[in-house]
Ligand binder design. Structure first.
Ligand code: 4AZ
Length: 535
């Protein structure tokens, strides 16, 4: 890419491609490249066959090229691998399904792109040679002799600022890494970034338009390593303007992270509950610049249950699991290339105890608690713990056999003084895990209070009958009620029925009914108004 002339260059390249093959082979000052040394070089072409950029096969299905080579959509691009002469039907022509440009690719100065890298994904693997990426952390020092290859322009005319035609036969030339100061002096510190770029030249030898994306390598043949990618420069072969290359060393993490499998997640942790497991994990980047995983795959090995989650997820709850059976859970990171080796853990969903009711007074000095034990695949032990003011005394363990239905546990506590606090809870033991419910505190009962007074109904004459109505009462239930009929204020022995038949002997006396209501909160008596029996 020529600085400040981006658009013009692209047009020029497409036009030049039509005449490819006729020109004298030269990258600009180069020689025909040997297939044995340059088997990893790839040509990026349009579907019509115009070569517009170079690249290097860094994995069977991945070509590393320049970020500014994203000129067309993936479907409009094809890649030729394993061929040095593009006019001969050799090598492999491959389709492209993804173009992944470096996330930091940018052009703060027009025509001088930074992080000028792109990975192109092939729909099927290439059988051509793969070139390893140079390891280490430092750019190659000034003076290092490297090689560059491409099918780009073989001449440049500075007077008219015009580029010659490309070539069908791959050209290669040595170039020498220039001191960083030379590059910044030529292009300025805004355009030339010493961290991410090198510039390199030899007299009259250079990469040129159409070579972009192609390889800058150290070593030869089997010992060749990819050091950089043809990126930009002013003209070609100009003494004052060495060609500029984007370095691979600084971007190895992004390259390897993009073409490889994601690293496995770490530090898996699980929490159990009734029929459920909550799984938490962490995702760590192997190095700065590595792409984030696209997602995570969580599996229950015993049941085959699989959950797919997005790349931001760090937690999932699996439900509908069987209580009491140990399960193995695995979590793997995924990206477009597949999934990492998983990490796994085992955990056992445990049956929970639910309180279905508040503690209720079920009788005088008697309280009932009801608990429900969730279904469980294996036997569960449970026990009642009762006490007062948090001092619990546990009863012996009981066995709840494996059951596919919820089971109810009823706890009746007798002989409670009304002013007593009562604490009840249930503990379950599943293996070594003991789970205790919240304590249930008994509410103090309230004494019965008449809301509507007891009343007599009926005809108060000899031969008639009277009925004793209880009235209405509030207070803590249950109530035990009783009646006692009174003649002239005294108990009539045995007269405790709701109704009374009026006898001859009752004539002239008074009748009343005394009602007793007793509940957990106390006992209250109330007597109806008296009636005088007529003749
Ligand atoms: C280009 O436009 C280009 N002389 C690549 C490299 C150089 C100039 C232009 C370096 O593809």
């Amino acid at each position: 890419m020529r600085i400040a002339h981006v658009l013009m260059l692209c047009l020029c390249l497409v036009a030049a491609a039509g005449t490819a093959g006729a020109a004298t082979p030269r990258i600009v000052g180069g020689q025909a490249a040997l297939a044995a040394d340059w088997g990893f070089v790839a040509a990026l072409e349009t579907k019509q066959g115009s070569q517009f950029c170079g690249g290097s096969l860094v994995a069977p299905q991945w070509v590393l090229t320049a970020g500014h080579c994203r000129m067309y959509s993936a479907g409009a691009v094809r890649v030729v691998t394993g061929a040095t002469d593009l006019t001969v039907n050799g090598g492999q022509v491959l389709m492209v399904d993804r173009q992944v440009r470096h996330p930091l690719y940018r052009q703060p100065v027009q025509g001088a792109p930074r992080d000028d890298l792109m990975l192109v994904h092939l729909t099927i693997p290439s059988v051509a040679t793969v070139i390893p990426i140079a390891t280490g952390v430092k750019p190659p020092p000034a003076g290092t002799l490297l090689r560059v290859a491409g099918w780009g322009a073989t001449s440049y005319t500075s007077g008219t600022d015009s580029y010659g035609a490309g070539t069908s036969v791959l050209q290669q030339t040595p170039v020498r890494v220039s001191p960083a100061a030379t590059c910044t002096a030529a292009y300025g510190t805004d355009a030339f970034e010493t961290e991410d770029m090198v510039c390199a030249a030899l007299p009259d030898k250079d990469a040129c338009a159409g070579d972009s994306g192609g390889p800058l390598v150290s070593g030869k043949g089997a010992s060749g390593l990819l050091v950089g990618v043809v990126s930009w420069g002013t003209g070609c072969g100009l003494k004052a303007y060495p060609g500029v290359y984007s370095l691979t060393v600084h971007n190895r993490c992004w390259i390897e992270g993009t073409i490889g499998l994601p690293p496995p997640p770490s530090a898996i942790a699980t929490a159990e509950s009734d029929g459920a497991l909550t799984i938490n994990w962490q995702s760590t980047k192997p190095c700065v610049g590595a792409p984030d995983p696209t997602g995570f795959r969580v599996r229950v090995l015993e049941t085959g249950q699989t959950v797919e989650l997005g790349g931001a997820a760090r937690r999932v709850q699996l439900t509908g699991l069987t209580n009491g059976a140990p399960l193995t859970i695995s979590v793997a990171s995924t990206n477009l290339n597949g999934e990492s080796t998983p990490i796994s853990t085992t955990a056992t969903p445990t049956p929970s105890i639910v309180t279905t009711q508040e503690a209720i007074w079920s009788g005088y000095q008697q309280v009932t608690n009801t608990f429900v034990l969730a279904p469980h695949a294996t036997d569960v032990q449970w026990r009642v713990e009762t006490g007062t003011r948090l001092r619990f005394s546990p009863k012996p363990w009981q066995l709840a056999p494996a059951s596919s239905a919820p089971s109810t546990i009823t706890v009746v506590t007798d002989g409670l003084a009304v002013d007593h606090d009562l604490d009840v809870r249930i503990a379950t033991a599943t293996g070594d895990v003991i789970t205790v419910t919240e304590r249930i505190q008994l509410a103090q009962p309230t004494a019965p209070t008449a809301v509507g007074a007891p009343q007599l109904r009926g005809v108060a004459d000899v031969g008639g009958s009277l009925r004793c109505q209880l009235g209405r009462w509030s207070g803590t239930r249950p109530f035990v009620v009783s009646r006692q009929w009174l003649r002239d204020g005294r108990r009539i022995v045995g007269a405790t029925n709701p109704s009374i038949e009026i006898q001859q002997t009752d004539a002239g006396s008074t009748l009343a009914c005394r009602v007793s209501i007793s509940g957990p909160g106390g006992r209250v008596q109330q007597t109806t108004d008296r009636v005088v029996v007529g003749a």
